[in-house]
Design a protein around this ligand. Sequence first.
Ligand code: HEM
Length: 318
Amino acid sequence: MIFGLGAVALLGAGGYLYATDSPMLSSVGLGGTPKPTGPFVPKKEDYQKVYDAVAEALIENDDYDDGSYAPVVLRLGWHASGTYDKETGTGGSNGATMRFAPEKDHGANAGLHAARDFLEPIKEKFPWISYSDLWTLAAVCAVQEMGGPTIPWRPGRADHDVSFCTPDGRLPDGAKDQKHLRAIFGRMGFNDQEIVALAGAHAVGRCHTDRSGFEGPWTFSPITFTNEYYRLLVEEKWHWRKWNGPAQFQDNTTNSLMMLPTDMSLIKDKNFKPWVEKYAKDQDLFFAHFGDAAMRLFELGVPFTSGEDARIEFKRTE
Ligand code: HEM
């Protein structure tokens, strides 16, 4: 009897230690009793596996838009994060509240269901990752796989319910000007140089009439991450497009590219313009500044329990 109780106590303590110390292990204990296993605690290698799965899906699904989901996946990560308000600490990528109405129906988020649906099979394959970690990790993957800079990323976001949805109007409106850009990005805590660097993401992707109402790509290589956006802003001549859609600019040479009024404000503003010119001349500088600013963007409002040394630099696919 005494022996029996001791064995139970021993197994109990062993089980507890097992659950906390080696949560990933699952095996059969004494006498065929399954040892309790704790929650799965992912390591850096596990996040790399998620990165690899997103990269593979990007390669496989090459029949979307200009041949890649990468631009719209980047936009999902940015719109999840860009709702951050530094005064109240609300918004940001933590929570992934864009899964719910009203946030998913905000005008600025039109079309982002394509990115969320694209990532759903990845979430099914790796159920342990939160949507909010997945969306930002996937955005990092999208930039890197399009040839852009490495963006260090760390986990720690938790999904929240509908009550955490942010109010409409926190994301920028392309029909506006530099004053608006400073108000929106200033609310997130970004300065002029970072605003110009982040806007360079418009090297990739395009506008869709059924989403924003605007139409067309910004560059000739909409699925490759380069500094072409700045080169076109500086070197090309632009005119207002004559059409029935919202006011946007068109390039004089081919009439096939576009710029939003907010894009054009970057060369109209005397403090923004020098950064546009620097990035147009120096792609390495743009990549360095974009990498830093995007890393911060994706971390806004996240209550990390880990330090900056927990950041992961994902290996790209060959
Ligand atoms: C500066 C203020 C910004 C404004 C006003 C703006 C506005 C827009 C608009 C109107 C679209 C077209 C959406 C559509 O019709 O599908 C768009 C697309 C896009 N934006 Fe921005 N954006 C801004 C900043 C950013 C930033 C900071 C990033 C990322 C760091 C970004 C990444 C993208 C990408 C990748 C697309 C292409 C999406 C696709 O191809 O489906 N944008 N943006």
